[in-house]
Design a protein around this ligand. Structure first.
Ligand SMILES: Nc1nc2c(ncn2[C@@H]2O[C@H](COP(=O)(O)OP(=O)(O)OP(=O)(O)O)[C@@H](O)[C@H]2O)c(=O)[nH]1
Ligand SMILES: [Mg+2]
Length: 312
């Protein structure tokens, strides 16, 4: 773990090109010839004021094949570190071999939602604290699976973000193929039809019992386009409340609330075991079903807030 090893140290700060997670002079994410993989670790804490971004660092690990034959006593050049500048964030490159027995759990995050709502733009911004311009046309090619390593409360977790173009795969196929640990259902606040798609997706998740054991977060993206807004916040919030899922509005264009969403995703995953226990012991499922049906049939009801992503 970072901070626990005597074998890594910081070098002089240096300026880097902070765009798109690359451009780090000397050290870049990826694997070197000698089988050492550099990866970006994003660190956060949750405070009373919300999510605190503690910056990104580069960490090393031996590639799996080499790790299996590497002596645990080697503590040498792979453990050097250097500090970087970043846009108003502490950002460093830290290199540290994975301690023996240190396990990083990987969870799957399913990005769902209509075409053009910003799933790929959000996914790209998840990977770095540096600002990624969502309007960059080259992001169009960057769908698929992206891994994001997150340090929260001293614990490192890897999130595998699964993002496919909406036109490429149905929700049913997506869910059965990947079986994500958490579902992020995105709509665009400037596209009323995308809310309808989100509503249908939530209905499917509920009907198929995915909501029983999995966190679901409804995301209204593109709030930077306030003047063109077609979906008021209240409508998204009400839908989320009715379905018993979480709700947040974001702008990947401005990197607004994207960190909050990322940390919220992690929090919801960590709450999954508690979610299952609650469901089993309280037997609230039939009540839950009635609640969603009421919403879908147009009944109005007042429910608790859905905007705290860090609780069940
Ligand atoms: N104004 C604004 N535009 C955004 C935002 N997020 C994404 N976009 C733009 O919306 C368009 C679609 O974004 P994508 O991320 O490709 O959408 P997607 O949901 O992945 O779409 P599919 O892959 O077709 O399912 C792109 O032109 C982005 O630049 C945002 O927060 N604000
Ligand atoms: Mg996409």
């Amino acid at each position: 773990m970072i901070g626990q090893s005597n074998c890594y140290y910081f070098l002089q700060p240096m300026l880097v090109d902070t765009r798109r997670g690359g451009g780090v002079t000397g050290y870049e994410e990826g694997e070197t010839e000698d089988g050492i993989e550099y990866y970006r670790l994003r660190s956060f804490s949750i405070t009373a004021n919300g999510v605190n971004n503690l910056g990104d660092s580069l960490k090393t690990r031996r590639s799996r094949s080499i790790n299996s034959v590497t002596s645990s006593t080697s503590c040498s050049s792979t453990r050097e570190s250097r500090l970087l500048s970043s846009t108003s964030q502490l950002s460093g490159i830290e290199a540290e071999e994975e301690a023996d027995g240190e396990r990083v759990t990987t969870y799957k995050v399913g990005m769902l939602g209509a075409s053009e709502v910003g799933k790929t733009a959000l996914t790209a911004q998840f990977t770095t604290s540096d600002y990624i311009c969502a309007y960059d046309a080259s992001l169009d090619d960057e769908y698929g699976q992206k891994n994001v390593s997150v340090m929260l409360d001293g614990q490192e977790t890897e999130l595998e973000i699964i993002d496919h173009p909406a036109a490429e795969m149905s929700v049913e196929t997506f869910c059965s193929t990947y079986n994500p640990d958490v579902y992020v259902v995105v709509y665009s606040v400037v596209d009323r039809r995308s809310l309808k798609v989100a509503e249908e997706t939530l209905l499917y998740l509920w009907k198929s019992d995915y909501m029983v054991n999995h966190g679901v977060i409804l995301v209204g993206n593109k709030v930077d386009l306030e003047r063109k807004r077609e979906v008021p916040s209240m409508v998204g919030r009400r839908l989320a409340n009715s379905c018993g899922c979480k709700f947040i509005e974001t702008s990947s264009g401005l990197a607004h609330h994207v960190d909050e969403l990322l940390v919220g995703i992690l929090a919801q995953i960590k709450l999954n075991p508690q979610r299952s226990r609650d469901q089993a012991t309280r037997r609230r499922r039939s009540k839950h079903r009635r609640r969603i049906l009421k919403h879908l049939l147009g009944f109005k009801r007042k429910t608790k807030s859905c905007e705290n992503l860090f609780v069940l």
